[in-house]
Design a protein around this ligand. Sequence first.
Ligand SMILES: [Zn+2]
Length: 136
Amino acid sequence: MVDARTSLRLIGYWWSPEAPEWPRPNDWVDPDWIPEERDLLAAYLESGQRMPYATAGFSQCRICDKPNGSLEFTDGVFLWPQGLAHYVREHSVRLPDEIVKRAQLWAEPMNWEVDVTWWREQKAHGDQPHGSVGQG
Ligand SMILES: [Zn+2]
């Protein structure tokens, strides 16, 4: 098996009596946060790739007690629980600038260079190149 382990940085876990080592989301609430930046980050967090494993169960919002997802997502660098977007969008929980920056880079079309050639050159599985069948 190929060793392709990727290390991810966990974000978005919050304080509870059972896990007092995590930060408290209420401390991170910024009511003056620019709404466009906040909504962009929420959209980014909702656009992550779902992790293939099941988590321990549904988590509950630490601020409003709403059921808040049971999945985890990644962007290849960070790993976060499904409910993190809710904290950002609904409660204006402002995450560190490094994460906001990634969302801003993602949202800027000029930052994406799209290679259209590779896909055009692909062949259906099992297709033989022309002229190779029946020769030799
Ligand atoms: Zn909530």
